[in-house]
Write a protein that binds this ligand. Sequence first.
Ligand SMILES: Nc1ncnc2c1ncn2[C@@H]1O[C@H](COP(=O)(O)OP(=O)(O)OP(=O)(O)O)[C@@H](O)[C@H]1O
Ligand code: SF4
Ligand SMILES: [Mg+2]
Length: 353
Amino acid sequence: MHNGTQTLRSSAAGVSPSETFAEVSTVSAAAPLMSVRDLRVSFPSEDGLVPAVRGVSFNVLPGQCFGIVGESGSGKSVTSLALMGLLPPGPGSIIEGEVNFGGRDLRRLRPEQMRKLCGSEIAMVFQEPMTSLNPAFTVGDQIAEVVVTHEHVSVRAARARALELLKEVRIAAPERRLDEYPHRLSGGMRQRVMIAIALACRPKMLIADEPTTALDVTVQAQIMELLRVLQGEYGMSIILISHNLGVMSEIADEIAVMYAGRIVEQAKSAQLFENPEHPYTIGLLGAIPMPGRKRLASIRGRVPDLHALPSGCTFAPRCPFVEEACRQIEPTLHPTDLQHLTACRRAPLDRVL
Ligand SMILES: Nc1ncnc2c1ncn2[C@@H]1O[C@H](COP(=O)(O)OP(=O)(O)OP(=O)(O)O)[C@@H](O)[C@H]1O
Ligand code: SF4
Ligand SMILES: [Mg+2]
């Protein structure tokens, strides 16, 4: 799953917010499948524009699982929806930046081109499968419909493919499930059906936004394991979004931690877990019980109001390591170690901890 990347260290000085991993610090062996540059999303409100995403850049390599983690309201879903042009159109909303996928700038595609791409080359799975499944149609019909739309095969062939897909997502008694309605299935099974629908067109990329949040812990682990296996079988890239770093640990190759609409830390998964540099990530890890690791205190306070972001570092009001200078200028993402970017002016924190 890991793709070879070679890191060139550069100093923190002079690195702008839009220059990230790919641009300043890594030379990738493989060309990225998706490349996001300086994505910004603002929504209008009575109090002015709300900056939900404030300059996010990252690359997703072919076959890579790229995790995006952060507390509620950090901008994870808005980022993923903006990538796909799926944000609900609203007067005054502003979306800026570039999203390159397989050589095309998605932000310049016409709506019909985008619709064709969605569900064929890029598929999405959301938190609550019941909102995406139609309660009036059987599971088999819903999967077959997607197969017919994209592969232009007969209804009979599509039904056979639907059965094959249910087997691929390791659903129990797949023949029987084919003719069942969604409400008869458990939450975990429904999510497997959504994954089957997502896979129906053999996408190059799967975007999974909190795919296991509504499920109990055992089923969460099973769905994550399924995604890991299918990623290998299909050779697809995954963008996995979660508020839970523990969910990421088994599957993500690289993780971006978001806070108040920005990436504040990004590193290979093992590096992030073993050597988190940003106080926010350290706090998030504190919320995860890990064998052999001293439990760190969970993060106090709440995510800032996007209408009135604190000056300087947006994490300053909650940060145990804050000093006066932190409140002056918002730190930019800069290399603090090999293949490790952090937006904290005191990182690496070894000397502080
Ligand atoms: N259509 C919209 N109009 C106005 N504000 C929005 C809209 N969609 C999202 N927001 C705001 O943007 C911010 C980021 O929302 P987002 O849904 O991306 O958070 P998230 O990280 O996915 O959180 P969660 O873990 O709860 O899903 C939030 O403050 C949210 O209220
Ligand atoms: S810049 Fe300062 S306030 Fe912000 S995370 Fe780092 S130490 Fe904390
Ligand atoms: Mg969300």
